[in-house]
Design a protein around this ligand. Structure first.
Ligand SMILES: [Zn+2]
Length: 113
């Protein structure tokens, strides 16, 4: 099928891109659940995660930092009603970090080399 360039195009390239996006969505949802399971216990220690991540490839460490920054950026943009007392401190901290990044013109670009 020839590419129409439209959003509902059914050409091979668009179908492959849609399949990749769906796979990433499923993986992201699954990993978010696994991370939630990891942090859920009251006595959880982040030390083991940090130790494990510190042994990952440095490029992957950089990408993980990007993931953390994406999460903080998301939190910083939440509107009242999208958070409550359970995560208000996270939202406040994320906003402080965003403000500091803007105020100090900190470069948040994390290249993978
Ligand atoms: Zn197409």
């Amino acid at each position: 099928m020839e590419c129409t360039g439209k959003q509902d195009c059914m050409c091979d390239a668009h179908l492959e891109a849609e399949a990749r996006e769906n796979e990433l969505a499923r993986a992201g949802e699954k990993i978010a659940g696994q991370v939630s399971d990891y942090v859920n216990p009251m006595q959880t220690s982040f030390k083991y995660f940090v130790d494990g991540m510190s042994r990952q490839h440095r490029t992957l460490q950089q990408k993980f930092t990007g993931l953390c920054m994406a999460w903080l950026a998301h939190l910083a943009t939440l509107e009242p009603g999208q958070y409550d007392g359970r995560n208000a401190a996270s939202v406040a901290l994320a906003r402080c970090i965003r403000a500091a990044i803007i105020d100090r013109e900190i470069n948040t670009y994390l290249p993978t080399i």
